[in-house]
Design a protein around this ligand. Structure first.
Ligand code: KIV
Length: 287
């Protein structure tokens, strides 16, 4: 029996299965992805959830923060990721501005992520129980996100650890209970002290998915570019780089450039020799 067919892990990951992870004592694994090939790669590696995060703004589009990315830009990537997934649950991040106005506008934007993008859930930053209820009433599961919510960096004064001090810690636990009561099926906790993340995890029955929130969360999420060593501008303490693909990619491209300049690429085997064989295909397809 393959891992995918095991009774603990359904072939297709669903929202109820994710929501029940704490009861099973399962650790959830969520990674971000932003295009078709990344989606295929993270799914083949066995992640449970794939998030098209608004971190797209920084790691793919090159902005300094997440604030400028639009719903249309996010949708472009959500659609590509959708085409790369078969088993994992696809979550689309609602970008800054898409849910900060009237609730009916936020619901309409959430619907676009499902209808046009093929997302199975949306993620919303901040303590927004009414919105979670309104989007839930439109049959769209909502993943909440508390702690360091990067869309609030101007209010926070930068990317700073949240929940420090008794009052802030109490407020975070309260906010977690509130988003759960509003119907969120999971909760991302970003950059909060481990002890506090453990308290929140114990205080709610929905799974907590941590990033910089210590080991006691019900799951973990990392950004694709951080995990693979592709992001070279910032190095938060919570990132473990499992590969150095940025460096490996640079070295590969430099080797190719050198081969081109020295006349070593392409070889005869990499060229089409006989002009009369017009039926010759371009080559094999990648599997
Ligand atoms: O945008 C993002 O990638 C995120 C994750 C870091 C949780 O929100």
């Amino acid at each position: 029996m393959s891992e995918r067919q095991s009774p603990r892990r359904p072939r297709k990951i669903t929202v109820p299965w994710v929501a029940e992870a704490p009861a099973r004592s399962d650790k959830l694994v969520m990674a971000t992805a932003y295009d078709f090939s990344q989606a295929r790669q993270v799914e083949a590696a066995g992640v449970d959830l794939v998030l098209v995060g608004d971190s797209l703004a920084m790691v793919v589009l090159g902005h300094d923060d997440t604030l400028s990315v639009t719903v249309d830009e996010m949708l472009h990537h959500v659609k590509a990721v959708r085409r790369g997934l078969d088993h994992a649950l696809l979550v689309a991040d609602m970008p800054f501005g898409s849910f900060h106005g009237r609730p009916h506008t936020a619901v309409a934007e959430a619907i676009r992520f499902v209808k046009e993008g093929g997302a199975q859930a949306v993620k919303i930053e901040g303590r927004r129980p009414e919105l979670i209820q309104a989007i839930g009433a439109a049959e769209i599961p909502v993943m909440a996100h508390l702690g360091l919510t990067p869309q609030s960096i101007h209010r926070f004064g930068g990317f700073k650890v949240q929940g420090r001090g008794d009052e802030a810690a109490r407020a975070l636990v309260e906010a977690a209970r509130e988003v759960e009561a509003a119907g969120a099926f999971a909760l991302v906790l970003e950059c909060v002290p481990s002890q506090l993340a453990a308290e929140v995890t114990a205080a709610v029955s929905i799974p907590t998915i941590g990033i910089g929130a210590g080991p006691e969360c019900d799951g973990q999420v990392l950004v694709y570019h951080d995990l693979l060593g592709l992001e070279e501008r910032i190095a938060p303490r919570f990132v473990r780089r499992y590969a150095e693909l940025g460096l490996a990619g640079r070295e590969a491209i430099a080797a190719w450039a050198e081969d081109v300049r020295r006349g070593r690429f392409p070889t005869a085997e990499e060229s089409y020799a006989d002009p009369s064989r017009s039926e010759e295909s371009v080559g094999r397809l990648y599997g």
